[in-house]
Design a protein around this ligand. Structure first.
Ligand SMILES: [Cu+2]
Length: 106
């Protein structure tokens, strides 16, 4: 009786372990680092100096790889690592550093 119980438990544990291994493998196929580009609305830029300020502020954010800004369009295009930051966090950080009103363009 006891042997059967132990055997049943071993089969059960073995089954769970197999399922876990399959799950671990499927999550591993996704790369940890993903470069994405998002467009921000930036309100209040009036010249190329403003563009530069926004660009510099964006590039200082951890996870941001590149940034472009256009005062004519009132936008900033930010290239970032989605494992490290998000468009919302970038918009907030730019607003805090520059004082311009920012938001994620949708
Ligand atoms: Cu300016």
């Amino acid at each position: 009786m006891r042997k059967i119980l132990v055997l049943a438990a071993a089969v059960l544990v073995g089954g769970v372990a197999t399922v876990t291994a399959v799950r671990a493998q499927s999550t591993q196929t996704k790369p940890a680092e993903a470069t994405k580009v998002c467009t921000m609305k930036v309100t209040g830029m009036t010249c190329s100096g403003c563009e530069a300020a926004v660009k510099i502020a964006a590039k200082q954010i951890d996870g941001v790889k590149d940034a472009k800004a256009s005062y004519a369009k009132g936008t900033a295009e930010v290239t970032y690592d989605s494992a490290k930051t998000s468009p919302d966090a970038i918009a907030k950080a730019i607003a805090q550093k520059t004082g311009y009103k920012t938001g994620v363009a949708k």
